[in-house]
Each structure stands twice: as structure tokens, then as C-alpha cells.
Design a protein around this ligand. Structure first.
Ligand SMILES: *[C@@H]1O[C@H](CO)[C@@H](O)[C@H](O)[C@H]1NC(C)=O
Ligand SMILES: *[C@@H]1O[C@H](CO)[C@@H](O)[C@H](O)[C@H]1NC(C)=O
Ligand SMILES: *[C@@H]1O[C@H](CO)[C@@H](O)[C@H](O)[C@H]1NC(C)=O
Length: 535
């Protein structure tokens, strides 16, 4: 619009006329800051982020799945959008503008991002004109790239009148040691300066996102699918697992010998599982030695807990590390530990697992669902419980099983007791929340005095809802019943759990693994929304 101004002299004589032309442009860069799935107009909180049910701030997924099931590449590694379905893995931003049909000469709208944030995100825009995208190439033109790590500023066309332009934001890395997960994107209206000078921003709008963390699923969540390897010698084991999984009503996927390196799922997730909505993340060590502690059996998660009033609705990650005072211990690599800590929503607990030959926390602990108390029980391997069980059998005249000398079980007893105290404190557990399973460990003097379960390690089980697949212990028989199996049933059946004992002796136990080491479970995600966590 225009404003005309007339200048008068003392005698009301007209000295001159001036016309001031005003261009008003209403600009708002919008995100879903109230987390209801709709990108609202100009939310006053859009430029900041706060945890909790009364919090605010937009969220962003890491696009680590693969829309294509045959051309394997993480979508986040692709600088272009090649499929419409991929837009659903991105967060929408809307640029709302209202103003004249065109901006005055030389003025323009530009998105910009800092160099460090650009490492973690990409922004695409819609090209304005809807096109037929039957042809692969045409489609790419429909979503031009605006920002990435090479392009820290990008122009967005101004569309006159009252308009809305959709932009798509793609997360490309998870929070980590050097990235707190927060991303800021600016939109500025730029004014032309003199020749040779950069344009200057006369108005800047700002939005903030937090990248979704990487979240683990505990044993108390419903299973979807179980994964096991087939090897040259585990036919009977596979048969038993198949029957347990199928009678429990879940899917079973067998990873065949040609791709499992004996019994390891290294390439399997990438080659087979990666696909639409099934993502993948990996970390590589830098100048660090990888040890047995960098394995999935040494990376577990508790069910939801409350500790001294602090809620962990997604539970807490549990890893095994070296004893703090041992200089030459094996540790989980720093690159993995840093990654786990950076996710923030399942604050990790470090236990001492280096006393074991293999060194995994799943050799002495697991969680099972329970109908009462905190909704679960912690199961701990207990050499003490094992010792007492065998002693009482001996007293009752069944003492044909060989018992170990004091030192053998004392070492394991002390190490597990140390971890028991950490778990009680960090998960807010009482003694009633813990069940001690009779398991004995043998110390190997030639393996730095590290230990391993003496008979099949029953705590290393597969938890499928109420059905448990437990390593068959081959304990002493009294009146035709294995006393260890009977003891397990008497400890677990009152919780409504169903014990199935699976023979893994030759195929796993002798190679220092058991049922849990030899399987993996894909579970349903939490219903709890991570952004509602109170920090
Ligand atoms: C975004 O705008 C704010 C001011 O609103 C400014 O402090 C910040 O440096 C800008 N960031 C970038 C990357 O331009
Ligand atoms: C317990 O598990 C076995 C073996 O999978 C199954 O046959 C049986 O039906 C289960 N019992 C209950 C009560 O679920
Ligand atoms: C192993 O990791 C733990 C947990 O981060 C750390 O406290 C400890 O110092 C590390 N130990 C060694 C020997 O590096």
C-alpha cells in the first residue's frame, strides 16, 4: 500500500508532495511444536525445546531405514528423495507467507543452518508445480534440496498472496557425544546491499527440532519375531526353538549358514532386515581395541523403573565393563558407550562383567515379566543358591553330584554380589524383586582366572511373553526329575511363567554361549512417547 504525505509552509502553501510505498510481508516458518501431528501456524514455542508432557518442540526421525528392498542403502545416505514413501520418514515444515504478488527487486527468502547442525540434517522443498512423477528423474526435480552439509544456505522461492509451501526435514544421525540432538533452522528475508556486499537479513524466523533417540526394547515388551542362526551342528536346537516360538504365536526367521559366519548376525541385519521402516545404525571404533564386551549379550535394557522418585518409563540400558581398578581389563569401546549415553532416554548402568571369560551381562542376569510388584523380576545367577541346593540334596542322601571347592564359587559369588548392589540401587529394586537362580560358575586359571557357567547357564534364556526358553541344565536326577529344572519351575511358575528347557549343550554351551546368545528378538515398541519423558 502507499501513504501520501503533503508538506505545508507557514501560510499553508504547499511545499511538496511525497508518496511512501509500503510493502508488508507476513512470514512464518512453522513446525509441529505441540507434537499433535499438525504443523500449526506460528507456535510461540517453535524456536525452543522442552521435555515432558507439558513440554514442547518439534521432533525429527533419523531416516535410517531403506525404502527399497533390493537396492540396499540407508535412505539417510542418499542426497535425493527418490520415493514418495520416504517423505513419511521426514518432518514437515511449512513456510507460510502473505504479501504482494512479488517481492521488491532484489529481496529474497533464504533458509540457513549452522555448519555443525548441517552434519545431522537435510532440508528439501516442494517445487511448487505438481508434476506427474511416473518417471524416476522427474520425481527428483519435485523435491529440490535446500540445505545439507555442503549447502548451509538455500533460497526458497517467494510465492505471492496467501501461500503455504511444504518443506521436508530429514534427520541423518542420532545424538552422539558431539551432538546433543537439537537442530535449529533459520529463515530470513534478505535485503539487497550495495554491489559486492552480501544481502543483509531484515527479518529472521527460527525453528528447533530434536532428533529422536535410539531406543532399546526390554523383555517385558511383546515379541514380534525371533531370529536364530542355523549352523552345522544345531539342528535339534533349531527344532526346539521353532516349536517354542511357533506355539507362542510369534514369527521365526532363520539366518542360514552361508551368511552367518558360524553364528553371528553381522551382515544379516543389513542384507536381509534393512527395508522400509526397519532401520540400521552402526558405530566404528577409532584407535580402540574391540573386545568380546562389544556384543549384544553385553547390551541389555531393564523394564520401566522408578528410582528414588525419578521415572525411567523406557527402562535403563545395562552394559558390562571392566572393573574400575583393573588397569588391563577389557571394556566396551568408548565409541559405543558414548553413543549409548548420548541417547538420554534410557540412562545406562555399567555393571562389572569382565570377570567372565566371555564377559557379557546376559551370563548372570535377565528380566522376566511378572503380574505383581513392579511388573517384572530380575533373575540373577546365584552360585550361592546353587551351592545351597546341592548341599541340601547331599544332606538328604542324594549327594552323588560333585560339588566345587570353596574358591570356585566364591569368586563368582563376589562379582555377582557387587553387580546385584549396583542393580538394586540403580533400578530401585528390593530383594523381593530379585530371584536367585541356582547357577554355578567355574574359574579358568589359564584364562586370567575368568569364569564361565559350569553347566548350561539357565539365566541366559529367551523371554517370549510368559514363555521362557531356558538352557537345559542337565542337573542331577532325583526320582527321575532334574533337580535344577524342578527348582527353576518352582521359582518361576508362581509368576505365571512357562518354562521350556532347550538342549543347547553341544551346539552352544560348549562354545561358551547359550539360548539367549544364540537368538535375537524383535519386539513391539513402547507405547510411551519418548518426548514425554521428564528430564
Ligand atoms: C539464526 O538466527 C539467530 C537470530 O535469530 C542467530 O543468532 C543465529 O546465529 C542464526 N543461525 C544461523 C545458522 O544463521
Ligand atoms: C508351555 O510351553 C509349552 C511348550 O512351548 C507349550 O506346549 C504349553 O502349551 C505351554 N503352556 C502354557 C500354559 O502356556
Ligand atoms: C571402562 O568403562 C567404564 C564406564 O564408562 C569406565 O568407568 C572405566 O574407566 C573404563 N575402564 C577402563 C579400564 O578403561
Amino acid at each position: 500500500n502507499a501513504l501520501s504525505v503533503r508538506f505545508y509552509g507557514n501560510k499553508l502553501d504547499v511545499l511538496g508532495n511525497a508518496v511512501l510505498h509500503l510493502t508488508a510481508v507476513d512470514i512464518s516458518l512453522d513446525v509441529d511444536a505441540d507434537r499433535d501431528g499438525i504443523v500449526e501456524r506460528n507456535n510461540p514455542n517453535k524456536a525452543s525445546w522442552k521435555w515432558g508432557p507439558n513440554g514442547h518442540g518439534a521432533i525429527l526421525l533419523v531416516n535410517c531405514d531403506c525404502e527399497s528392498t533390493f537396492r540396499k542403502e540407508l535412505d539417510s545416505e542418499d542426497e535425493e528423495i527418490t520415493r514418495v514413501s520416504d517423505l513419511k520418514d521426514m518432518s514437515k515444515m511449512i513456510l507460510r507467507t502473505r504479501g504482494p504478488a512479488v517481492l521488491p527487486e532484489g529481496y529474497k527468502l533464504s533458509l540457513h543452518i549452522s555448519r555443525s547442525h548441517a552434519e545431522s540434517v537435510r532440508v528439501f522443498r516442494t517445487s511448487g508445480k505438481p508434476q506427474e512423477y511416473l518417471l524416476f528423474k522427474l520425481f527428483q526435480k519435485d523435491y529440490p534440496l535446500v540445505l545439507n552439509k555442503e549447502q548451509l544456505a538455500g533460497e526458497v522461492p517467494y510465492v505471492g498472496g496467501d501461500s503455504q509451501q511444504e518443506l521436508f526435514v530429514e534427520g541423518i544421525r542420532f545424538p552422539d557425544k558431539d551432538f546433543d540432538g537439537l537442530i535449529t533452522i533459520n529463515l530470513s528475508l534478505l535485503e539487497p546491499s550495495g554491489q559486492g556486499f552480501p544481502e543483509t537479513p531484515i527479518y529472521t524466523d527460527k525453528v528447533m527440532f530434536r532428533v529422536a533417540p535410539w531406543i532399546m526394547t526390554p523383555n517385558t515388551l511383546k515379541p514380534v519375531e525371533v531370529f536364530v542362526c542355523s549352523t552345522s551342528d544345531n539342528y535339534d536346537f533349531l527344532k526346539a526353538i521353532k516349536s517354542l516360538v511357533q506355539s507362542s504365536g510369534y514369527k521365526l526367521k532363520i539366518c542360514h549358514e552361508y551368511m552367518n559366519r558360524g553364528d553371528r548376525l553381522e551382515d544379516f541385519p543389513y542384507d536381509v532386515l534393512l527395508g522400509p521402516d526397519f532401520g540400521y545404525v552402526t558405530r566404528y571404533p577409532v584407535n580402540e581395541r574391540v573386545s568380546s564386551l562389544d556384543s549384544f549379550g553385553n547390551l541389555e535394557v531393564s523394564p520401566p523403573v522408578t528410582v528414588n522418585g525419578k521415572k525411567y518409563p523406557l527402562g535403563r540400558i545395562i552394559i558390562g565393563v571392566a572393573f574400575p581398578t583393573t588397569a588391563h581389563g577389557r571394556n566396551m569401546t568408548k565409541v559405543i558407550q558414548d553413543f549409548l549415553w548420548a541417547q538420554k532416554v534410557q540412562e545406562p548402568i555399567a555393571l562389572y562383567s569382565d570377570w567372565l571369560v566371555v564377559g557379557h551381562v546376559d551370563e548372570f542376569m535377565t528380566f522376566v515379566p511378572a503380574p505383581d510388584r513392579k511388573g517384572f523380576r530380575l533373575l540373577l545367577a546365584s552360585p550361592d543358591a546353587g551351592y545351597k541346593l546341592f548341599r541340601s540334596l547331599q544332606v538328604k542322601g542324594h549327594g552323588r553330584a560333585k560339588l566345587f571347592q570353596g574358591e570356585y564359587w566364591q569368586v563368582a559369588y563376589n562379582c555377582i554380589d557387587w553387580n546385584r548392589d549396583i542393580l538394586k540401587k540403580e533400578l530401585g529394586l528390593d530383594d523381593e524383586d530379585i530371584i536367585d537362580l541356582p547357577i554355578l560358575f567355574k574359574v579358568f586359571p589359564k584364562k586370567n582366572k575368568r569364569a564361565a557357567a559350569y553347566y548350561p547357564d539357565m539365566v541366559n534364556m529367551l523371554v517370549l511373553g510368559k514363555n521362557l526358553g531356558i538352557p537345559k541344565p542337565f542337573g542331577p536326577q532325583v526320582q527321575g526329575t532334574c533337580v535344577l529344572e524342578a527348582e527353576m519351575r518352582s521359582l518361576l511358575e508362581p509368576l505365571g511363567l512357562n518354562c521350556t528347557f532347550i538342549d543347547d549343550f553341544a551346539s552352544y554351551h560348549k562354545l561358551q554361549g547359550e539360548v539367549h546368545c544364540g537368538s535375537n528378538v524383535h519386539r513391539e515398541p513402547f507405547e510411551f512417547q519418548w518426548w514425554n519423558l521428564e528430564q
